[in-house]
Design a protein around this ligand. Sequence first.
Ligand SMILES: NC(=O)c1ccc[n+]([C@@H]2O[C@H](COP(=O)([O-])OP(=O)(O)OC[C@H]3O[C@@H](n4cnc5c(N)ncnc54)[C@H](O)[C@@H]3O)[C@@H](O)[C@H]2O)c1
Length: 359
Amino acid sequence: MKYALIGCGRISPNHIEAAKNNGLDIVALCDVVPSAVDEKAERFQLEQVHKYTDYRQMLAAEKPELVAIATESGKHAAIALDCIDAGCHVIIEKPIALSIKDADAIIKAGREKGVVVCANHQNRFNKSVSYIRKALEEGRFGKLSHGAAHVRWNRGKGYYEQAPWRGTWAQDGGCLMNQCIHNIDLLRWMMGDDVVEVMAYTDQIEHPYLEAEDLGLAIIRFANGSYGLVEGTTNVYPKNLEETLYIFGQNGTVKAGGTSDNIIEAWSFADNKDDPEQVMQTYSENPPNVYGYGHTPLYADVIKAIVDHRDPYVTAQDGKNALELVLAIYKSAAEHRPVSLPLEECSTLDFVGLFDNKD
Ligand SMILES: NC(=O)c1ccc[n+]([C@@H]2O[C@H](COP(=O)([O-])OP(=O)(O)OC[C@H]3O[C@@H](n4cnc5c(N)ncnc54)[C@H](O)[C@@H]3O)[C@@H](O)[C@H]2O)c1
């Protein structure tokens, strides 16, 4: 299957590795910065790969079947729509877009063209997360009480200086939209997708050189009567501490921890169907960085979805759900009031200037 990657920056090695691990034919790499393409081609020994700075030219010349989009977030939607229009299946890095309107346009275009559109929430494929999801689908938690998603990470000035788009409203958003969206996706997915209302605070405490937030605190009410708690920040001194997901139900308690929900740290179920010690050992991993091992199984699923003409495990709608919840948190914090879902229209651009007059 002919594959191309658009955007050869920090996350691109995970995509190239996933493409290689799945036996894709990597025909082209594209980046507006030619040295970014050269560096990745050399590092991954892609001697035959065709190099582009213009993705439209690349689409026309190479006609790839599957394209991954790993540019800055504010460009995802326009590039995805062009790829879908060219008949390509797409994997779109998170967040799928920065507005509800753009996410809806991607979902609609994918459906009309009959192509697979996957939102790159790779943590859904963590061994730990998959096993928690299985327990949930088997009804082992009973009635859900609440869930909590904490992302307690550190991002310093150097990280933002590497790529000035980060932390801007037009291209990124803050810690919730960038660093925490994986866990927000998992929380929403696990607790039942259907959100009624959100109340939140966001603030900018340690990163005055950004436009967006570096701390977000939110309470979510789900339609099934359960609740969710989000605590996301890039202010933790001096390095990433943890990314944890807790699910509490009538008959079960689970905690996935580590730096990116990779380690099962608590596992208790009334049904005693499995041995907690063994579960914690078998379904825990210690990846070298917070991106984890999820890109390869996500790619495997997308390839299978293309071959089998089915939806991918993580759909464009899933990508919209995570985006919508982050935008609802932003809106609640900005307007100092509870916000009901679904959001008709909302964009990160609605929050331009939010922290400009902070002392
Ligand atoms: N899934 C994850 O865990 C994960 C981790 C990190 C980043 N991301 C997401 O991946 C995306 C990229 O993040 P990054 O940290 O790699 O950013 P980056 O700035 O390091 O890389 C982005 C690259 O895209 C290139 N680019 C910009 N416009 C382009 C265009 N029109 N055509 C081709 N290339 C273009 C830039 O030159 C740059 O090299 C973001 O949306 C981010 O949220 C996801």
